[in-house]
Ligand binder design. Structure first.
Ligand code: TXA
Ligand code: MG
Length: 325
């Protein structure tokens, strides 16, 4: 695969590759995606193969504008239209009833489809040049942290993509908010930069902050977004330092990640932070995981940001990274 600077020629080459049924790594404001022509079931199948992702985990269709979304769904409800008007282009994915044109390969055979308009000039240029919907999961192998830099895509997927367009580091750094518009009330299936409170405010009625019922969003497995290192989440900074000390004494290579500076970190412990505000924490989280892997860290002790705004989503990703390793 070749990594290309985000110029007109790269956008044209990306659009051509998509039209030829090939895969393209591209930047969005959240994380990098691995894109395929959403209406080409063979191309979509190759996305699942490249990621090692189970085929019943549906993909998000990326479109250039709300009109592109309309073509994929069985009518946008007034509520969906209100959220699209308020937040697109942006880090919000709407799950709606699908139109017949959407292949089963994209939706895992479900009667719903997830759609978003990304707020990144390179993504929008690619979508414009291609002229159709692009199915794109995060461009990582199944279960791993999402890529937030072009080189992460190369590291994750080797030669699976025909090209990767380098748009620099992703500003948000964690995946979009996914909200199910087919239930009443609407419910957040995956937290992100846009909170349930922001959605409720636009709609003038409550939106459930988390999904009820099992497996509402396949792919939201407990264990996910995980680095090679074991992750332990510890709320209290002093307690986090104690835990780092305990692992360090036991001879393990430990790293710490926290919103602010930690005192008395044991010698030999890798400091992945301080990660700063919740927004900074989100922007740095996956790169910190990758750095830990590169340095062969065995345990990451993470002090999460406060559970406000994007902090809710960061805590969700940390909990999933901590699960089952
Ligand atoms: O920020 C993002 O959303 C990134 C960038 C590339 O756009 N994409 C991304 O895609 O995170 P992926 O495939 O890694 O995650 C898609 C999420 C999964 O949790 C999946 O279960 C959910 O969206 N999803 C997709 N279609 C769905 C559907 N029809 N019903 C319920 N959940 C769905
Ligand atoms: Mg993903």
């Amino acid at each position: 695969m070749t990594v290309r600077a985000p110029d007109q020629a790269a956008i044209a080459a990306g659009a051509q590759a998509l039209a030829a049924g090939r895969l393209v790594g591209f930047p969005t404001e959240t994380v990098y995606g691995l894109g395929a022509d959403a209406l080409d079931p063979d191309a979509v199948a190759s996305v699942f193969r490249a990621k090692g992702r189970p085929t019943d985990h549906p993909l998000i269709c990326h479109v250039a504008d709300a009109a592109g979304a309309e073509a994929l769904v069985a009518g946008m409800t007034p509520a969906a239209r209100a959220l699209a008007d308020a937040f697109w282009p942006g880090p919000l994915t709407l799950v709606m009833h699908r139109a017949p044109a959407v292949p089963d390969a994209v939706t895992g055979g479900r009667d719903t489809v997830a759609v978003r308009v990304p707020a990144h000039p390179v993504a929008l240029a690619l979508l414009g040049a291609f002229g159709g919907p692009v199915a794109a999961p995060s461009a990582n192998r199944f279960g791993r942290p999402s890529p937030t830099r072009a080189r992460d895509v190369v590291e994750e997927l080797g030669d699976a993509a025909a090209i990767v367009i380098d748009g620099g580091p992703c500003a948000i750094g964690i995946e979009s908010t996914v909200v199910d518009m087919t239930t009443d009330p609407s419910q957040v299936l995956r937290p992100g930069r846009i909170s349930a409170a922001q959605l409720s405010q636009v709609l003038g009625r409550p939106v459930a902050a988390r999904a009820s019922g099992p497996a509402r969003a396949p792919g939201m497995l407990e264990s996910h977004y995980a680095p090679g290192a074991r992750v332990e989440v510890v709320d209290d900074p002093a307690r986090a330092v104690q835990r780092a000390m305990a692992f360090s004494t036991a001879g393990e290579h430990v790293a710490v990640l926290a919103p602010g500076p930690l005192s008395d970190v044991p010698p030999g412990c890798t400091e992945l932070g301080p990660a700063g505000s919740p927004d900074d924490y989100a922007a740095r989280l996956y790169a910190a995981f990758r750095r830990a892997d590169a340095e062969e860290v065995q345990v990451i002790i993470a002090v999460p940001p406060p559970a406000e705004g994007i902090g809710v989503a960061v805590r969700d990703r940390l909990a999933r990274a901590a699960a089952g390793r």
